[in-house]
Design a binder for this molecule. Structure first.
Ligand SMILES: Nc1ncnc2c1ncn2[C@@H]1O[C@H](COP(=O)(O)OP(=O)(O)OP(=O)(O)O)[C@@H](O)[C@H]1O
Ligand SMILES: [Mg+2]
Length: 220
């Protein structure tokens, strides 16, 4: 078992044991809430791992359909505004309308959500996050830019690895995550025949760019 799974597991066990020993209902309730929170976290992690494991064996079929990626992006951006507002971050968007793709709608929504989640988490409080979607040749091109802590050149190639998280300032307690988001993004984009890259200047911010062919190569 990966050590990342062991942490929530041991917290669940410790909290359950502790809860059982509590004499009063209020403390038991509190311990149960903690157990529930950790169990949810682990469930999310296990789901992500399963999806990545299936992807390794090319068994995860894409559910391809023709849809308006611009519309999907508008919806995701609207959803993210609340998340950004919690850190007083302004999200601005430039979305070219009517970009039709044949792709997996759920996966592309998750690509946006993972990149936006990172931009807000690692972005500067009261900063700016920019999202763009445009068409270039036979591809749709999406970008997410933040003005946050950035990533050093040495760390940049490693961020796509499963469970990789840059330590330093990021271990602030409110920034939680399992280090799977970008591994998922890479898999989701590449399984559509697209590409994803990151560029960053530490202390200034980062930009993530992905491309999705307007028509997904068949059989992928
Ligand atoms: N926009 C960003 N700015 C600065 N660092 C980033 C950014 N996006 C990702 N990183 C760094 O790359 C690491 C890997 O990102 P990834 O999204 O895979 O994991 P996570 O956000 O830590 O956890 P998860 O996405 O699973 O909740 C992060 O822990 C962070 O250190
Ligand atoms: Mg993430």
């Amino acid at each position: 078992m990966k050590h990342e799974l062991r942490t929530p597991t041991s917290v669940i066990i410790a909290q359950a044991e502790c809860g059982l020993q509590q004499p009063d209902a209020a403390s038991k309730q509190q311990a149960l809430e903690g157990v529930l929170q950790q169990a949810k976290k682990m469930s999310k992690l296990v789901n992500q791992l399963l999806q990545l494991a299936r992807a390794d064996w090319h068994k995860e079929a894409l559910h391809l359909e023709r849809f308006d990626l611009s519309e999907l992006t508008e919806i995701v951006a609207a959803e993210t505004k609340a998340l950004a507002a919690a850190r007083e971050i302004t999200l601005t968007t430039t979305i070219e309308p009517g970009i039709m793709v044949i792709a997996d709608q759920t996966l592309l929504m998750r690509v946006w959500l993972n990149l936006l989640d990172n931009a807000v988490k690692y972005g500067r409080r009261q900063g700016q996050v920019r999202l763009t979607l445009s068409k270039s040749g036979n591809s749709a091109v999406g970008t997410v830019t933040d003005d946050g802590i950035g990533i050093s050149a040495a760390e940049l190639p490693k961020i796509w690895k499963r469970f990789y998280r840059v330590d330093a300032a990021r271990s602030r307690s409110e920034v939680n995550g399992s280090g799977l988001g970008l591994a998922m993004v890479k898999w989701m984009v590449e399984s559509h025949g697209g590409t994803v890259t990151a560029a960053s200047v530490p202390g200034e911010g980062s930009v993530f760019t992905f491309t999705i062919p307007l028509i997904c190569p068949a059989g992928k």
